[in-house]
Write a protein that binds this ligand. Structure first.
Ligand code: MEV
Length: 310
């Protein structure tokens, strides 16, 4: 019997532009998680993957190439030199809401990959886990940058540029985030393809916006490294304005972002694909309770207050 856990994630800055080669910063969120547990099944039973929270149960031998969990399980077994399907029952659980910008797909796949490594008594280096999970991310995101699988597999704040090894980095001081769910499910694959279609129509405009987002991401990194929360907050606000200009915000996001700012957050923005999902607000210990209450009063389904870089 083996089990493994993987965290949710937030993109602090740089979503969407990261798909077009600009940097982005992401951090894990340990308050929400996915877990995979593997138990031996009767000989000849084959491998069943049960994700009861998603209402899914599949037989690995029969699942098609359009089943991300089956694809990642097969790739992982092949990577570990297992050429026949083992007799296992794999149970997956997650309290990360799907299609909400918190990396639910990456977390489920990461927990699954790690549990398979553990069941076979093999160490699971983050780079290898991340590479395997990327293959399932293609189903959720279309043309993913790879940031979600990377931050979830490494489990620490990262500086990420597509196609390059991630750079884990250290903050001068931990920062506090309020993460609030609009309750609107918005699959990342849809917002990523919407942005791609608009970029194809007007590349010059979109490239200029992505450049501006890339500049912001550099500025956030230096503000995080010198512990300047107020600068990080202002940069969050600037990033939100640019994300709005490419059409990935929505009324529910705008309402929560404004509620957080009015209640004292130093900045707030959508996080992840947008179109719904979660927003993040940078808060201080003194402002966190008021921001938390204001977000709930403004309609947030759930608010998590978490430190990152601790
Ligand atoms: C999703 O968490 C982040 C996006 O930039 C998509 C991606 O990077 O693959 C929207």
């Amino acid at each position: 019997m083996a089990s493994a856990t993987a965290p949710g994630k937030v993109i602090l800055v740089g979503e969407h532009a990261v798909v077009y080669g600009r940097p982005a910063i992401a951090a894990p969120v340990w308050q929400v998680a996915a877990t995979a547990t593997i138990a031996a099944a009767a000989p000849g039973a084959g491998c069943t993957i049960v994700a009861s929270d998603l209402g899914q149960a599949l037989q690995l031998a029969e699942a098609g190439e359009d089943e991300p969990l089956a694809v990642v399980a097969r790739l992982t077994l092949a990577r570990l030199g297992v050429n026949s399907i083992p007799d296992w029952r794999i149970e997956l659980h997650s309290d990360i809401p799907i299609a909400s910008g918190l990396g639910s797909g990456a977390a489920l796949s990461t927990a699954l990959v790690r549990a398979i490594f553990a069941q076979l008594d093999r160490p699971a280096p983050p780079a290898v886990v991340s590479e395997l999970v990327y293959e399932s991310e293609r189903f959720y995101h279309g043309a993913p940058s790879g940031i979600d699988n990377t931050v979830v597999a490494y489990g620490q704040p990262i500086w990420f540029v597509k196609g390059q090894p991630p750079q884990p980095f250290t903050l001068a001081a931990p920062m506090l985030l309020a993460i609030a769910d609009t309750g609107i499910r918005s699959p990342t694959v849809l917002t990523v393809s919407k942005v791609r279609a608009a970029w194809q129509q007007d590349r010059a405009r979109y490239e200029a916006i992505f450049d501006a987002i890339g500049d912001l991401v550099h500025a956030v990194r230096s503000a995080l490294e010198r512990g300047d929360a107020s600068a990080v907050g202002s940069l969050f606000n600037e990033n939100q304005a640019l994300l709005k200009s490419i059409g990935v915000s929505c009324d529910a996001i705008d309402v929560l972002v404004n509620a957080a700012r009015t209640a004292g957050a130093s900045g707030a923005k959508l996080s992840g694909g947008g179109g719904g999902g979660n927003i993040i607000a940078l808060v201080e210990p003194a402002t966190a309770p008021a921001v938390h209450a204001a977000l709930l009063a403004a309609g947030a389904r759930r608010v998590i207050v978490t430190a990152f870089g601790a």
